[in-house]
Design a protein around this ligand. Structure first.
Ligand SMILES: *[C@@H]1O[C@H](CO)[C@@H](O)[C@H](O)[C@H]1NC(C)=O
Ligand SMILES: *[C@@H]1O[C@H](CO)[C@@H](O)[C@H](O)[C@H]1NC(C)=O
Length: 248
């Protein structure tokens, strides 16, 4: 689940409902944002405005981008309705979502992210719906609900309780949390087994004590199982096809 996209949506929600009115970011480039303690911040609020475009009629309210235009309504107060919020949201779509969303979740959750991508790309969602949709995906992700219909894959693994593997350099995978090997966040052993099954090099895995910001444990995937060391709290899962002929 992509932390940058979620933080960005929370930031845009805040800007849309700020005490000063709806704030538009005039220079919406990735370099305008920094991550501070897991939250996205705008580096320079001088490039922001609360002014909403004035209008006499609807045709004064076209929101133009290089690839697309959106006709908006002129309100009774003579302001283009929601133009600041919509401008931020479409910029978030074109600079962030299109690059970051498609690969940022387990396959079962990707249809939800495609829907968000489609709805923001056509500005069918406002910022409220976008935030709600992100929170729904996050909820499914954290709770592991999306795993419900999976077959039981762990039966293809032998579990050795009381052991762990030595963490050293091993095969790489994407998007690994470690540059030394393949370290991915999972809901539990069942999801880790699904990942290990999908990677030809993977022969074993352990669920580590480390966790991501969403509270999901990190699993370390390995291509060999040479060194097992005793660890009362750990379990090593070994692919059945890999266990024959190896001395354990
Ligand atoms: C959203 O989906 C519709 C229907 O499939 C498609 O016509 C439209 O181009 C999509 N929009 C974006 C921004 O992907
Ligand atoms: C969006 O959410 C804000 C804050 O919860 C609320 O004040 C506002 O009325 C909502 N806007 C729409 C269009 O639902």
């Amino acid at each position: 689940m992509n932390l940058i996209c979620l933080s960005l949506v929370k930031l845009l929600f805040y800007l849309a409902h700020s005490p000063l009115g709806s704030i538009v970011l005039l220079d919406f480039q990735p370099r305008q944002f920094v991550m501070v303690d897991g939250n996205l911040k705008v580096t320079d609020m001088d490039d922001a405005s609360t002014e909403e475009l004035s209008c006499k009629e609807d045709k004064d309210c076209t929101l133009d981008f290089p690839t697309k235009s959106f006709p908006l309504k002129c309100s009774a107060l003579g302001k283009c309705e929601g133009i600041n919020e919509k401008k931020n949201l479409f910029n978030a779509y074109r600079y962030f979502f299109t690059y970051l969303l498609p690969h940022s979740a387990p396959p079962a959750l990707r249809p939800f992210l495609s829907d968000i991508l489609n709805a923001t790309g056509d500005l069918r969602y406002g910022i409220n719906e976008t935030l709600k949709a992100f929170e729904k995906v996050l909820h499914l992700y954290k709770s592991g609900l999306y795993l419900q219909k999976r077959p039981l894959l762990l039966k293809d693994y032998i579990s050795l309780k009381g052991f762990r593997t030595v963490e050293g350099e091993d095969y790489k995978c994407w998007p690994s949390y470690s540059h030394l090997g393949c370290l991915l966040s999972v809901h539990g052993a069942e999801e880790a087994a699904a990942i290990c099954n999908s990677q030809a090099q993977c022969q074993s895995f352990i669920i580590t004590q480390q966790r991501t910001w969403t509270g999901r444990p990190l699993a370390s995937f390995q291509s060999s199982l040479t060194d097992l060391i005793p660890d009362a709290n750990a379990v090593v899962y070994i692919k059945r096809s890999a266990s024959s002929g190896k001395r354990l």
